[in-house]
Ligand binder design. Structure first.
Ligand SMILES: *Cc1c(COP(=O)(O)O)cnc(C)c1O
Length: 399
């Protein structure tokens, strides 16, 4: 079997997306093979012994530790992200919780931004505390709060570079600088930024985590996740933890994700262009109080987004003046856009965070995070921009 990692060939991202990490067996198959196997036979007993002591880069033992199809996905995403290595996981949450628990021990301190995906918040608030890790939350858009919190040493800084669902953009180079001075490693949940618009490695993030379920699959089929970073951290800290705790990505899902990467840039750029068109059309509509999209000049962190990301993302949010009643009426009037809670899908999705993804939060916390009863999150897909505009503007006009 020959491997082609593409990570140091000087290729452009679209070439890496097609060829990076590819491995071909003796048959020279064009499409990547799905190695749907949990184990590997050794040519002799001495080879088995040697592999358990130390396996080489393309030597496998057991699919919970690694698998050729999973390795191809890891190599391709690492090359795209601009990191030395990556470890693939069963879901985005396996990646988030794995990255955090692999790095932390009792007595450690975490500083995190407050505006987080519900399950990330659960891990930080409910899980880490049980094992003696303290977590201090800050307003991620407030440099002063980061500065104050990181005046005291910390082990890990955790944040979503673009927050869910209110699309706050964090000044990643600034936070990485402050975190490193405080002795902390920076773990970034980069799902909303996408690998296409991410500049997290350049900004100094130590571990970059993706829910591959979102844009990497991009067609709403499989769960998956990945942790990208320097080889020393990925193989030294993440792999030992993940391989013994069981959050491995299945070879079939790795194959879906690997092929998702091939078209990722084309899809995300088309989705972002439609999101920009929708955000511009929605801004100033009489039924809407505010439109949140990093690509709008009115966005509070528009400048930060331009300076730290390669594009605005594919998700926007807006607050309907009529509250929950208007939000539900709007969603029920949509014909092309589906009501669901995934994002990054080829299908455009409307979500009402207050009653679904963020339902668990108490009302005061919802208010603090800007999750109002009228807030709608729109994950923009690959339909014709004109059809999306007609559907969304039509539904608004019927309120
Ligand atoms: C969806 C999501 C996750 C969790 O990913 P799963 O693949 O569903 O486990 C984590 N963080 C963010 C920001 C997400 O949007």
């Amino acid at each position: 079997m020959t491997a082609n990692t593409g990570s140091n060939a000087g290729w452009k991202s679209r070439t890496v997306a097609v060829h990076g990490g590819a491995r071909r067996s003796q048959y020279g198959e064009m499409a990547e093979a799905i190695f749907l196997t949990q184990g590997f036979a050794y040519p002799d007993a001495a080879t088995a012994e040697r592999r358990f002591v130390k396996s080489g880069p393309d030597e496998f033992i057991y699919a919970r530790y690694g698998n050729p199809t999973v390795a191809a996905f890891e190599d391709r995403i690492a090359a795209l992200e601009g990191t030395e290595d990556a470890f693939a996981t069963a879901s985005g949450m396996a990646a988030v919780s794995g990255a955090l628990t692999a790095l932390l021990r009792a007595g450690d301190r975490v500083v995190a931004s407050r505006a987080l995906f519900g399950s990330c918040l659960y891990v930080l608030e409910e899980v880490l505390g049980r094992f003696g890790v303290s977590v201090d939350f800050v307003d991620g858009t407030d440099a002063g709060q980061w500065q104050a919190a990181l005046a005291t040493p910390a082990k890990v800084v955790f944040l979503e570079s673009v927050s869910n669902p209110t699309l706050e953009v964090i000044d990643l180079p600034l936070v990485c600088d402050l975190a490193h001075k405080a002795g902390a490693l920076v773990v970034v949940d980069n799902a909303f930024a996408t690998p296409v618009f991410s500049r997290a490695a350049e900004a100094g993030a130590d571990l970059i985590v993706y829910s591959a379920t979102k844009h990497i699959d991009g067609q709403g089929r499989c769960l998956g996740g990945v942790i990208c970073g320097p080889r020393e951290l990925i193989r030294g800290k993440i792999e030992p933890y993940m391989k013994h705790t069981g959050g491995a990505l299945s070879p079939f899902n790795a194959w879906v994700m690997l092929n998702g990467l091939t078209t990722l840039e084309l899809r995300v750029k088309a989705q972002a262009a439609s999101a920009q068109a929708l955000a511009e059309a929605l801004e100033g509509h009489p039924a809407i109080a505010t439109v949140l999209f990093p690509g709008l000049a009115s966005h509070p962190q528009h400048g930060v987004a331009k300076a730290t990301m390669g594009g605005p993302g594919t998700v926007l949010a807006f607050d309907l003046k009529g509250g929950k009643e208007a939000a539900f009426a709007f969603m029920d009037a949509l014909a092309v856009v589906l009501i669901s809670n995934n994002l990054g899908d080829a299908r455009t999705i409307a979500t009402h965070p207050a009653t679904t993804t963020h339902q668990r939060l108490p009302d005061d916390q919802k208010a603090l995070l800007g999750i109002t009863p009228g807030l709608i999150r729109l994950s923009v897909g690959l339909e014709a921009t004109e059809d999306l505009l007609a559907d969304v503007m039509g539904a608004l006009s019927r309120l």
